[in-house]
Design a protein around this ligand. Structure first.
Ligand SMILES: [Zn+2]
Ligand SMILES: [Zn+2]
Length: 342
């Protein structure tokens, strides 16, 4: 079968590999859709300290069961696979904080991922309820977007996005688009979307129709104008940008919540934070680290119910041989979501 394998930074190869077989307690699937994201672009350029090459990439996975001895699963079942695998047994997991499990492993990092015709779902995924049935009416391509949506859901739960909130999302890539859609589903009053890249912002705004699309420069002034000087209840930084995080501190309202959703480059993670703003305005700053198995299940429900439509966010569908083109399209900001159909 064909796979897309990471060998080293800048070196992802489409190559032949033997079809994997499901061992005891594992489920073999025919991958039908595996979406690409900014993380794949990061891995392509810089590698990742958790990836031991060669490794089949791809962590936004949906497919069809072809072989298993696990009770409850049968060939033909349509499934979605979690990306981050918590251990399920450590202190954090036992407290229900699976997103911050210190023993977390990931599909496409520790285990071969979904840029392949066939893939084996590890027993560890099944042990934590990480294999989900795809609801009727949800396509494989849509189901592959459940994983990033699950991460967005985790971020908005932690930032308590809810009824009547004015929300600013900084960064209009696929994650930013999902944040806009989910904030609306959670009852936000107005959602603003900001970016420095005019093409990406225009493409995103055309799909998700924010109440205002704010381009570069004076985002802070614009936000304050739009909110009569009050600022927004929630700011989500969906970009690997310290400047975006510093901006968030300036445009959050009193008692505002700030989600540092996107991580910063490892070698440049320090920002300037006016601690008195946090103190006097009673700001809450929260992080977000992936998603739990339960978030993935709920993301599928949000897609199935129509609360968070994702079909129109998939702007490109490519065969496995197009993985590199797909990642390049993501890097250039010329796509919202690129889905590979192996
Ligand atoms: Zn991803
Ligand atoms: Zn754990």
């Amino acid at each position: 079968m064909k796979v897309a394998r990471f060998h080293a930074p800048g070196d992802i190869r489409i190559e032949d590999a033997p079809e994997p077989a499901a061992g005891p307690g594992e489920v073999k699937i025919r991958v039908r859709a595996c979406s690409t994201c900014g993380t794949d672009a990061k891995i392509l350029r810089h590698g990742h300290h958790h990836i031991r090459p060669p490794r089949v990439m791809g962590h936004e996975i949906a497919g069809e069961v072809v072989e298993t001895d696990v009770p409850g699963w049968a060939p033909g079942d349509r499934v979605q696979v979690i990306a981050a695998i918590p251990c399920g047994t450590c202190g954090e997991c036992r407290r229900g904080r699976m997103t911050v499990c210190p023993n977390q492993e990931s599909m496409g990092y520790h285990y071969d991922g979904g840029f392949a015709e066939y893939m084996v779902v590890p027993a560890k995924v099944l042990a934590v309820g990480g294999l989900n049935r795809v609801p009727d009416g949800v396509s494989f391509a849509e189901a592959s977007v459940a994983e990033p949506l699950a991460c967005v859901l985790n971020g908005q739960e932690l930032a308590r996005v809810g009824d009547g909130d004015d929300v600013l999302v900084i960064g209009s890539g696929p994650i930013g688009c999902l944040h806009v859609r989910l904030a609306r589903a959670r009852g936000a009053a107005r959602v603003f979307l900001a970016d420095l890249n005019p093409d990406r912002l225009a493409l995103a705004a055309d799909r998700v129709r924010p109440d205002a699309a704010l381009l570069g420069g004076d985002i802070a002034d614009e936000v304050l104008k739009l909110t009569d000087g009050r600022g927004v209840d929630v700011v989500v930084t969906a970009a690997a940008s310290g400047a975006a995080q510093e901006l968030a501190l300036r445009v959050a309202s009193r008692q505002g919540r700030i989600s540092f959703f996107g991580g910063l480059p490892k070698d440049d993670p320090i920002i300037r934070c006016d601690s008195n703003l946090v103190h006097y305005r009673e700001l809450t700053i929260v992080g977000a680290n992936g998603s739990s198995p339960a978030h993935n299940a709920r993301a599928l429900e949000l897609i199935a119910s129509g609360s968070v439509p994702v079909a129109d966010l998939i702007t490109h569908r490519l065969p496995l041989s197009g993985v590199l083109d797909g990642i390049d399209t993501v890097i250039r900001g010329a796509a919202v979501k690129v889905t590979v159909e192996p």
